[in-house]
Design a protein around this ligand. Structure first.
Ligand SMILES: CSC[C@@H](O)[C@@H](O)C(=O)COP(=O)(O)O
Ligand SMILES: [Zn+2]
Length: 224
C-alpha cells in the first residue's frame, strides 16, 4: 500500500467531483446548514482510501480543497491537517466495509426524513417496506418490485449508528443500497456518485409519494 501522497492527483480529482455533486444536491435544498456529506472510495491499492467532505462545511460552496482522505474501512485520517473529516465518516466506512460501494451520499432530504420520522422507533432498527413503486427499479435490486428500507435510530454517538449499519448490512445480503436515520436523513451508495445520486432521487421521490398519500398494501394501515 503506497502513501496517500502518491495519489494526490486522484484525491484532488475525487474532491472536485464530490464538490460538484455537493453543490448540485445543496441547490435542491437537501443539505441545509452544513448538513450532508459525500465520499468516494479511490481505486488505488485495492481501495484502501476514501475521500470525504470535511466536517461543518457549507455544502453549497465546497471545493476540492475541502476534503479529507481517510482509510475506507477504519476511518483513520490519512491527510491530517486543519480540516476534520465528516462527523459521519463512520457511517461511510461501515457501508464500504460491508458492500462493494465506491461512493456514498448522505443528505437531509425532506421527504425521506419525514418518512424516517414516521417509521423510526425509540429503540432498535425498523424497516420501511416499499412495494410496487415503479421507481424501485432505480435501486438495482434483485427483486425490483419490493424492498425493506432500514430506519436506524439517530443515536447521539454516530459510532453507534455505524455499528448498527454494519451489523444490518452484514446480516441482510438483500439490503437495498440505502438507509434512513430517524429524524435525521437518508444515505445511499453505488458504484459512483452518479449512481448513488440516482438512487437518492428515486427514494426521495417515493417518500414524497408516500407523504402525499400513496400507499401500497404493505404500508396501508386501513382496516379492510
Ligand atoms: C447541521 S448538523 C448536521 C450534522 O450533524 C450531520 O448530520 C451532517 O449531516 C453533516 O455533518 P458533517 O460533519 O458536516 O459531515
Ligand atoms: Zn446528517
Amino acid at each position: 500500500m503506497t502513501s496517500i501522497q502518491e495519489h494526490h492527483r486522484e484525491v484532488t480529482a475525487a474532491g472536485s467531483s464530490i464538490a460538484a455533486f455537493s453543490r448540485d444536491l445543496y441547490a435542491r435544498g437537501w443539505m441545509p446548514g452544513t448538513s450532508g456529506n459525500l465520499s468516494v472510495r479511490l481505486p488505488a491499492d485495492d481501495g484502501y482510501a476514501a475521500v470525504i467532505t470535511a466536517s461543518g462545511m457549507d455544502k453549497g460552496s465546497l471545493t476540492a480543497d475541502d476534503m479529507v482522505a481517510v482509510h475506507a474501512t477504519t476511518g483513520e485520517v490519512l491527510t491530517p491537517g486543519r480540516l476534520k473529516a465528516s462527523a459521519e465518516t463512520s457511517i461511510h466506512t461501515a457501508v464500504y466495509g460491508a458492500t462493494d460501494a465506491r461512493a456514498v451520499i448522505h443528505v437531509h432530504a425532506p421527504y425521506a426524513t419525514v418518512m424516517a420520522c414516521r417509521i423510526g422507533e425509540r429503540d432498535g432498527t425498523v424497516t420501511l417496506p416499499l412495494e410496487r413503486f415503479e421507481l424501485l427499479k432505480g435501486l438495482g435490486l434483485d427483486d425490483p418490485a419490493r424492498t425493506e428500507l432500514p430506519v436506524f435510530r439517530n443515536w447521539p454517538d454516530v459510532r453507534m449508528i455505524a455499528d448498527e449499519v454494519a451489523d444490518h448490512l452484514a446480516a441482510r445480503g438483500d439490503a437495498p443500497p440505502a438507509l434512513l436515520i430517524d429524524h435525521h436523513g437518508i444515505t445511499t451508495w453505488g458504484k459512483d456518485l452518479a449512481q448513488a445520486r440516482n438512487r437518492l432521487e428515486c427514494l426521495e421521490a417515493i417518500c414524497q409519494l408516500l407523504t402525499l398519500g400513496a400507499r401500497d398494501h404493505r404500508t396501508d394501515t386501513k382496516e379492510t
